[in-house]
Design a binder for this molecule. Sequence first.
Ligand code: AMP
Ligand code: MG
Length: 484
Amino acid sequence: MKSLDQIAAELQGYDPQAITVHGVLDFLSRMVMPVRDVIELPLFDALGRVLAYDVISPVDVPPHDNSAMDGYAFAAGQLVDNALLELQVIGTALAGKAWQGGVGPGQCVKIMTGAVMPPGLDTVAPQEFVKVAETGGVHRVTIPPGVVRAGDNRRARGEDLMKGQPALRKGELITPARLGLAASLGLEKLTTLRPLRVAYFSTGDEILSPGEAPREGAVYDSNRYTVFGLLSRLGCEIIDLGVVRDDPALLEAAFLTAAMQADAIITSGGVSVGEADYTRALMKKLGDVAFWRIAMRPGRPMAVGRLQRAGSLQAGFAARPPQGETAPLGGSEPHEVGSVGAGCAAGPPQGETAPLGGSEPHEVGSVGAILFGLPGNPVAVMVTFLAFVRPALLQMMGANPELMPLLKARSSEAIRKKPGRTEYQRGRVSTASDGSLQVKTTGSQGSGVLRSMAEANGLIVLHHAQGNVAVGDEVDVMMFDGVI
Ligand code: AMP
Ligand code: MG
């Protein structure tokens, strides 16, 4: 595992005092590693998890040739250009109830969507295109010329997916569509990587928890709630360590507890150079931590690093995984991240399988918890989370890297922007009368104005080299949809 200094040495022009957004992403991608422990989960529990292996289809999808329409199945060899085709209806094929008999020349079978195609028939004439007449209990259909061609309205066996083909790929996040696809293969369980455990606390003497009486100079904690929401949407297990005063002993205890239980630790506040901020000093003492001034707005100060897990060996900390946790089996497996310290006894929950590998030695405390020390301002917390923490956590979750696509929208207002830093303005994207996308900012853009986030549906990303934006200019927008 590389130290932060080693990573810094790999990066050209690394300057912690003026690191760019790209520099931060590059650094973090070299610093974090994916979890390796896997769990087998029933489908309903697998939503939002990351696939540990490719899923190979055990069946053909669809499993048999079937009709894509309600209509009449027949053999297309009987079609003649520019001529009506008249056929006798000899039976009905329903979805789940196939037509059992044979079908001869001049005959057809009434068929419903999803019903198995009777043997020898290859085409379906949709019912709305044909005329049906009955004489003496015998039904006949007339198919006008030109309304159907050979093979129309038939879904061929295996046309979606052939048995043995990969249906889903390792590293894919299990979305509703992928969950449904797994179910369509008849799978009952999926093998996923275990979820991340992320510990979070707010810092500051002035921070009140909801329910506490207001007092002079104090503000209610919002970061704990926004971070909770952002982590929940990522499917992380959250260890909430509350609000911690600017007191070295309390902060140290909180960091040690967090480092012992979690794969990642997120804090807010105390990373700027403030008088009463002991947070920086403690981070330095407890781990390998870099302090950055990022060329961005909001969210300039940020600390990242690794905190030692040595505290887990000390008495006095209950190294108990949170509820629903997938504890490693025994104490000798390798763990890239997230190994819980020795002495932590927890039975594996149902559905868990053994971790990958199994014979490499594992040094307790050798792998640290990743620390993200975010700034205190509520908007800065959310923006740095979206810009940096989220991609890093996804990488730790084992998810394939996927950059969030940026949309183009026309700015309905002029925006002042200095080249030399990336700015994230909170915006409201809507559809203009000509159908194109337009965006306007949500009023005051101060980094403490959480309302600007609450009213936004995306971030206007003004890139590092970009200057002022004029009315009507196209800007990039990172939409929140599905993320926050
Ligand atoms: P700091 O980074 O600790 O200097 O904090 C910067 C600003 O963010 C200060 O105005 C703090 O009061 C505010 N702040 C810090 N933490 C929180 C929090 N958890 N909820 C709301 N505001 C906060
Ligand atoms: Mg503070």
